[in-house]
Design a protein around this ligand. Structure first.
Ligand code: AMP
Length: 215
């Protein structure tokens, strides 16, 4: 399965991608995760990216495209991949098409995870992630059993720097302006599929699998 996951910040793309990895072993390529890793390591790319991420703006295409191509060339992507958080604008989508054509691994589908805008703020402000294993929680909807600690591994939970209210508003604005048009882009290519991202995680996952013809 070669898949692009589309959806607003907080729609649950990362959560569904992680479930697809667990069940089908398809690698997830999350540009947000790759950028956060570069920020954490303090690489020059990370330092440049952080200034955009902290403002809720998109990191320049030149930075992200090189990173994605390098990742797609790795062996584990030969049998499929899930792109999460990429592409984020039409220029990235066009560049991706060219890249995938060269690599001989075109997309099977673009799956849009749809959540009403009014739900997104609460999802994002409540989001917490385990520092050690990456497991995600939401203090409003799926809180860990003991506050601040991961149920799976006991690791410390943290809130992403850009999951604070002022940055979230900007990220949602950038999504509407630059990323939402990709729904039409992939619809025009005849590979768009949609699923509701509202409700229970397992129920959404069942719909994702059905929509993608995996179950
Ligand atoms: P995410 O984890 O996907 O919500 O991304 C967090 C932040 O990383 C975004 O607000 C952007 O600043 C940056 N970012 C992630 N993916 C991309 C991308 N494909 N293009 C540009 N910036 C990105």
């Amino acid at each position: 399965m070669r898949l692009v996951l589309l959806g607003a910040p907080g729609a649950g793309k990362g959560t569904q991608a992680k479930k697809l990895i667990e069940k089908y072993g398809i690698p997830q390529i999350s540009t947000g995760d790759l950028l956060r890793a570069a920020v954490g390591e303090g690489t020059p790319l990370g330092v440049e990216a952080k200034s955009y991420m902290d403002k809720g703006e998109l990191v320049p295409d030149s930075v992200v495209l090189g990173m994605v191509e390098e990742r797609l060339r790795q062996d584990d992507c030969k049998d499929g991949y899930i792109l999460d958080g990429f592409p984020r604008n039409t220029a990235q989508a066009e560049a991706l098409d060219g890249m995938l054509e060269n690599l001989g691994m075109p997309l099977d589908a673009a799956l849009s995870v749809d959540v009403p805008t009014e739900d997104l703020m609460k999802r994002l402000t409540g989001r917490r992630t385990c520092k050690d294993c990456g497991q995600m929680y939401n203090i409003h909807f799926s809180a860990p059993a003991s506050e601040g600690a991961c149920d799976k591994c006991g690791g410390e939970l943290y809130q992403r720097d850009d999951d604070r209210e002022e940055t979230i508003s900007k990220r949602l604005e950038v999504y509407e302006e630059q990323t939402a048009p990709l729904i039409d882009y992939y619809s025009g290519k005849g590979i768009l599929k949609s699923v509701s991202g509202a409700g229970d995680i397992e129920e959404i996952f069942a719909n994702v699998q059905e929509t993608l013809g995996l179950s």
